[in-house]
Design a protein around this ligand. Structure first.
Ligand code: HEC
Length: 138
């Protein structure tokens, strides 16, 4: 007497399929959620630990403008128009060690930034590069 049965085989199969599918979807979306949360956490950590790239304008304003003028027009130090034509290597040599092209030693008023540091820390190649780019753009 099949009428006495609570569920037919077909109903049981349908219920099982429902449970299996439901569990699968649940696990998949949980994993996707973890993936998104993971990627997000990674981005936050990267933003917190990667130092900002050096800014030529900020470096110039903080370390050079007082003597060379806001527009590199000159003041205590000479205008830096000529410097714009220098190679990055020559510029770095002058700024870091006070050695201008053709063996010219700069007056000691011009800091030796390799010794004094830029913003209180040893200058990096990247800082010298963005400084040169900034001065060329003035
Ligand atoms: C305390 C003042 C002072 C500060 C600060 C200073 N300079 Fe100078 N700078 C001088 C003086 C003075 C000279 C000229 C030295 C000479 O001709 O013998 C000079 C010369 C130079 C020269 C050579 C210019 C040329 O045509 O011969 C460059 C390049 C230069 N400075 C770049 C910089 C940069 C870049 C900074 C900032 C990172 C800076 N200076 C900060 C005073 C300063």
């Amino acid at each position: 007497m099949s009428d006495d049965r609570f569920f037919t085989r077909r109903e049981i199969a349908a219920a099982l399929t429902f449970v299996v599918l439901g569990t699968g979807i649940g696990v998949a979306s949980y994993r996707a959620g973890l993936g998104i949360a993971g990627a997000h956490a990674g981005a936050v950590v990267a933003a917190a630990t990667t130092p900002a790239p050096p800014n030529g304008g900020t470096l110039y304003a903080g370390n050079c403008a007082g003597c060379h003028g806001a527009q590199a027009q000159g003041g205590v130090g000479p205008g830096l128009a000529e410097t714009k034509g220098w190679t990055l290597a020559a510029f770095g040599q002058a700024v870091l060690h006070g050695e201008a092209p053709e063996g010219r030693t700069l007056a000691s008023v011009m800091p030796r930034f390799a010794d004094t540091g830029l913003d209180g820390a040893p200058p990096t190649d990247e800082q010298i590069k963005v400084l040169h780019e900034y001065i060329k753009g003035l």
